[in-house]
Each structure stands twice: as structure tokens, then as C-alpha cells.
Write a protein that binds this ligand. Structure first.
Ligand SMILES: Cc1cc2nc3c(=O)[nH]c(=O)nc-3n(C[C@H](O)[C@H](O)[C@H](O)COP(=O)(O)O)c2cc1C
Length: 180
């Protein structure tokens, strides 16, 4: 597959997000905090808009949120093994500070999944033998948007590989073919 436009990419990812088994739902997000040590982890991509801004949810106490506050430059890769397509989004992560959007989105999170954002201890803390406690009237649900400044598409093919780089100045996207 040859990628010609940003809308082709956003349409492809958007339709993949509607398919519960599609691997594009799971991105590998890399952050680098003030200790300059990179850290990668899986996040579930929740949405993509026509500007290719991706969103995911997390617990506001997680280390990734500290990293993003210290250094908002992130990289997120998506890979579809069926089609051997990889996208790498390089951009800026923004932690949503709009309470209305956060509350409206939270209201659509199923109650069983809401629990993930209400643990008494922060994610990554040592779990003691008493198990997990949940807060009742408090949550750390946080939406993060990733605003890409470039997207690299790599497609492996039997008859040759293709790599295309899309770069934006915030208004327009330009496209270059790269050596794969
Ligand atoms: C399949 C899968 C999906 C995940 N989705 C998310 C997610 O959407 N958001 C999130 O914060 N963590 C998610 N996690 C957990 C992260 O990979 C990570 O372990 C956790 O967020 C703590 O990362 P941090 O300490 O670097 O912040 C997911 C893990 C797996 C295995």
C-alpha cells in the first residue's frame, strides 16, 4: 500500500479502532523524562481526528504523565502484522486540562473499567498483601492527546519496501518518499 495523503492514514486508523481485534488499537508510546531515560509502554489508542491527533487514556499519577509534563516530546508506533504496516507518530503530548471533556469522556467509560483509574495507590506502586483498594469518590482518569509533527509510514512488501514521511507545519502536510 502506498500512502498518498494524511486522510488516507487517518481513515485507515479510524476504521481499525472500530475493530476490537485490530492491532492499531495498541500503540507503543515512548517518552523521555528529565532523567533522559527512554521508556516505552503499550497504550490503547482511543481516537484519531482528521489532523492525525491521537488520544489515549491513563492514570494521571502514572510515570508517563510525569514524563510528558517534564518533556512533552513523544513518539508512538502502531504496527499491523497482517499488512506489515508501521506508522510512527512523532509529536507533542498534551495532557487534557478541560474538565468538561474529561467528565464527558469519563461518563462513557464502562464502570468496570473506571475502576482502573481509582486505585488507592498509584500505578506502579508496590502491591502489599492486602491487595488493591479502590477510592470511591475520586479518580485519576486523564486524557492525553498526541499532536504529531511528522508521521512515518513503512510498508514491507515482497516486491520491495516503501517508506513515506509526512511532515506538517501545523497547517499543511507535505510528503516525501524515503529510502526504506
Ligand atoms: C494491552 C495493554 C493496553 C494498555 N493500555 C493502556 C492505556 O491505554 N493507557 C495506559 O496508561 N496504560 C495502558 N497499559 C499499561 C501500560 O502499558 C503501562 O504498563 C502503564 O500505563 C504504566 O506505564 P508508565 O509507568 O510508564 O506510565 C496497557 C497495557 C497493556 C498490556
Amino acid at each position: 500500500m502506498l500512502f498518498e495523503s494524511i486522510s488516507q492514514i487517518t481513515d485507515l486508523i479510524k476504521s481499525a479502532l472500530d475493530d476490537k481485534r485490530h492491532s492499531f488499537r495498541y500503540g507503543n508510546l515512548a517518552t523521555v523524562g528529565s532523567d533522559l531515560a527512554p521508556r516505552v509502554r503499550t497504550v490503547m489508542v482511543r481516537s484519531i481526528d482528521p489532523k492525525a491527533t491521537l488520544s489515549f487514556y491513563g492514570d494521571g499519577r502514572a510515570l508517563k504523565m510525569q514524563h510528558i509534563s517534564q518533556n512533552p516530546k513523544v513518539s508512538l508506533s502502531l504496527y499491523d502484522p497482517a499488512e506489515m504496516i508501521q506508522f510512527r507518530f512523532d509529536g507533542t503530548a498534551k495532557i487534557c486540562t478541560d474538565p468538561k471533556r474529561t467528565q464527558e469522556t469519563w461518563a462513557h467509560v464502562p464502570p468496570i473499567l473506571q475502576r482502573d483509574y481509582t486505585t488507592h495507590k498509584a500505578p506502579g506502586a508496590i502491591l502489599d498483601s492486602d491487595g488493591l483498594d479502590y477510592l470511591v469518590n475520586e479518580n485519576f482518569f486523564t486524557i492525553v492527546d498526541i499532536i504529531p509533527h511528522q508521521i512515518e509510514c513503512m510498508v514491507l512488501g515482497k516486491n520491495g519496501h516503501q517508506k513515506t514521511l509526512f511532515v506538517t507545519d501545523g497547517f499543511e502536510w507535505s510528503k516525501k518518499a524515503l529510502v526504506p
